[in-house]
Design a protein around this ligand. Structure first.
Ligand SMILES: Cc1cc2nc3c(=O)[nH]c(=O)nc-3n(C[C@H](O)[C@H](O)[C@H](O)COP(=O)(O)OP(=O)(O)OC[C@H]3O[C@@H](n4cnc5c(N)ncnc54)[C@H](O)[C@@H]3O)c2cc1C
Length: 397
């Protein structure tokens, strides 16, 4: 099997490297991070490396779809630790959803500032009694003249406290069967009636929130798709969310850091890297990482052949979860009991080791965010392997 990208693509890689060497200086970031990164992103977009699928009219670089080039750009930006597209829901979910289903004015109004990171977005799907069974959601939207009036509560809404807008699933046709009664509304979060309460997580930070909507108004034409089509539109968004979570670019780097940790920590009086059990676990982990890489290549090949990727994106999300949990388990074993208190207190600790604590706790979140693992396994089993359907839930992948 030839896994090289070919000489044309290696020429392209050289161009990307040249651009990064000329234009990206990690030393400069420290001086004036925000404006340096903003200017870098603008140049990288102009050069055709970022927002490739977004038309120029909406602030993108409008490049012909090319999975290999996109992969090379991801690899090289990651290698140089250069910022890629603005992180968050705007880039990963709103832009692809509006490009596919938005009206012209919605694209013109929302996309350019989202590309620049001036509009930040929250995802208002989950509710206290609607997570895995999302179609049970109860937040109501009623059309009154030229506005929707929205009442209800969302929960686990990541970064809502810093967001300007929320794309939300709202029940607008309560008389219809549950999946057909939902609409996809865009809501301005900076208005009376919106209460955002950050939730404190076990890391001590507050990255997600409760969002209460009390007679909140949103213009009638801030609906994406038709009334009652929200479930179908939300599938586009979820597909992009899962494929973002399923990315494999950072795995190699994490693996090397884990190996470095194993070299520095000791186990039974010798460097942990010499311990048979640790070596075995590291080799198994490397196997999972290679499996995800192979699955990513498969996804790329399917796209290159213009074939439907089926459930490969979902499988990749599961692999990400599996890898994150294995990394966390090994890191925890290497750092020992101090891992859950203060990783820096241990002998041999070095700057950066404190991040393992976040990794260990974050590995639990990745098994829930974007759809809990059991639900993903059900979908893979039913749709991918043809197993009998789970009768408790009606879903659409
Ligand atoms: C870090 C993080 C960020 C998030 N950000 C957002 C966000 O920005 N916006 C948003 O809307 N939501 C967000 N969520 C919420 C997330 O989508 C939900 O937590 C998730 O869908 C699960 O829903 P739930 O928490 O209600 O759990 P439940 O649905 O109650 O599930 C609890 C457990 O039961 C299992 N389970 C449930 N039903 C079945 C079944 N039929 N078969 C087998 N097992 C089942 C699940 O796998 C899970 O283990 C975030 C979650 C996390 C962890």
């Amino acid at each position: 099997m030839d896994l090289s990208y070919g000489s044309d693509m290696e020429d392209f890689r050289a161009q990307v490297r040249h651009f990064l060497a000329e234009r990206w200086s990690p030393a400069r970031v420290a001086e004036d991070a925000a404006s340096y990164v903003r200017a870098f992103r603008a140049d990288a977009t102009k050069a055709g490396y970022l927002y490739r699928g977004v038309p120029k009219a909406y602030g993108g670089s409008e490049q012909a779809p090319d999975m290999l080039k996109a992969q090379i750009i991801r690899e090289e930006f990651s290698r140089a630790r250069a910022p890629s597209e603005v992180p968050g829901n705007g880039t990963t979910m709103v832009i692809p959803t509006l490009l596919q289903h938005g009206t012209d004015w919605q694209k013109q109004f929302f996309l350019p500032p989202t590309v620049l990171g001036d509009f930040l977005w929250a995802q208002g799907y989950s509710e206290p009694n609607a997570g895995s069974d999302l179609a049970s959601l109860r937040t109501r939207g009623e059309l009154a003249g030229d506005h929707w009036i929205v009442n209800g509560q969302k929960i686990w809404t990541s970064h809502a406290q810093n967001s300007h807008y929320m794309f939300a699933l709202v029940r607008t046709e309560p008389e219809r069967p549950k999946h057909n009664g939902i609409s996809y509304l865009l809501i301005d979060l900076r208005q009376p009636g919106v209460t955002i309460r950050p939730l404190r997580q076990m890391t001590g930070r507050s990255e997600f929130c409760e969002v209460f909507l009390d007679n909140v108004r949103t213009p009638a034409d801030w609906i994406v798709g038709e009334r009652g089509q929200g479930w179908r539109i939300s599938r586009t968004t979820l597909k992009h969310e899962r494929s973002t979570i399923g990315g494999s670019e950072r795995n190699d780097e994490t693996f090397l850091k884990l190996v470095s940790l194993a070299r520095r920590r000791s186990r039974f009086g010798q460097p942990a890297i010499r311990d048979r059990e640790i070596r075995q676990k590291l080799i198994e982990l490397e196997g999972w990482i290679l499996a995800q890489k192979a699955s990513s290549y498969r996804r790329m090949s399917l796209a290159l052949d213009a074939q439907d990727e089926g459930l490969v994106g979902l499988v990749n999300k599961q692999l990400t979860t599996e890898i994150a949990q294995r990394v966390a388990a090994i890191a925890q074993e290497l750092i020992g009991a101090s891992a859950l208190v203060d990783p820096m207190a241990a002998k041999g600790a070095k700057r950066g080791d404190e991040k393992w604590l976040d990794q260990i706790m974050g590995s639990l979140a990745v098994a829930i965010a974007g759809g809990a693992s059991n639900i993903q396994r059900n979908i893979i089993g039913e749709r991918g392997l043809g197993l009998p359907r789970d009768l408790t839930l009606e879903r659409d992948a």
